[in-house]
Design a protein around this ligand. Sequence first.
Ligand code: GRF
Length: 221
Amino acid sequence: MTERFPLAVLASGRGSNLQALIDAQRAGTLPIDIVLVAGDKQQALALRRAEEAGIPTLALDPKTYPDRAAFDTDLFTRVAAYRPRLIVLAGFMRILNAAVLAPWAGRIINIHPSLLPKYRGLHTHRRALEAGDAVHGSSVHYVTAELDGGPMIAQVQMPILPGDTDETLAERLLPHEHRLLVAVLAHIAAARIALHGTDVSLDGRVLSSPLRLREDGVLAA
Ligand code: GRF
């Protein structure tokens, strides 16, 4: 059996992306070991999903720390103790400071519901609609201290349809996000995707644009 790739997931909310990872792991299609699910909200559904799956959880309350840096430092110290090789931000709704991120360069990724560099931050679905975009999507990128601004790994696209609202867009995008995250993790676990400085490579070749998830599930350059 292949060795499973240990990763930690940070999540603040619903945790459907986490669930997609758990399901793929269970189905035997993703050789990962989720060693910890951590977050900043004790009530988050993501933590319940983790408990249900028998994954260790950690909830830290930011209000009990003197400042943001103290929270970040404690969170990352505790996460590191589980020895993940990668941290996955999957709906983690906090901005992290540069000092805690530095040691994790190339080993922390985020999934964001827009075709970055468009629409960093919040309300991405509404902003895509308001801009009259024909296409929407989701991106997975390495995390840096710049919000939603780190080196891009891969994207999935889908059309915006007449009559779409924020809600319909978000709902239709979600399954695509799940497929994207699983596909990227399969590649990272197999050491096929890596970060070198600010360059992302697939099989040793530097990408000039993000990989694109095709309908058939293949991540294409
Ligand atoms: C997803 O849309 C993801 O792109 C964004 O937050 C949402 C998380 O959803 N970062 P869930 O909590 O995984 O269901």
